[in-house]
Ligand binder design. Sequence first.
Ligand code: FES
Length: 136
Amino acid sequence: MYSDKVMDHIENPRNVGEIADAAGVGTVGNAKCGDIMRIYLDIRDGVIMDAKFKTFGCGAAIATSSIATEMVIGKTVQEALSITNRAVMEALDGLPPVKIHCSCLAEEALRAALWDYAQRNGLVIEGLEAPKAEEE
Ligand code: FES
């Protein structure tokens, strides 16, 4: 049911880990399945130099966070906003319909990390909104 690309990212996830002193950190969860994703960004002069993730969740959540970190490295903050869940799914050659929400988690975690970066630096990033409040 998963594409070869998804399987590759599940079996060999890229950029797993944390970034000490990250410029932005975004943590999101899906209340229904209970999965949690955290993305760390190292940003210098408005360019994302490095990205790492920690995901406690299903295979699709791991694959989408893995590829999202790959896609975002080297992009400007503004360019990173174009990484939607649809872009993530396309990069993975698709996901089964029941797994689409997992790719939304990747988009939300990325945006939450960018929001954190903007908040810490007093920046307004066009097109970026505050992440939805996490359910405790
Ligand atoms: Fe929860 Fe995939 S089933 S993120």
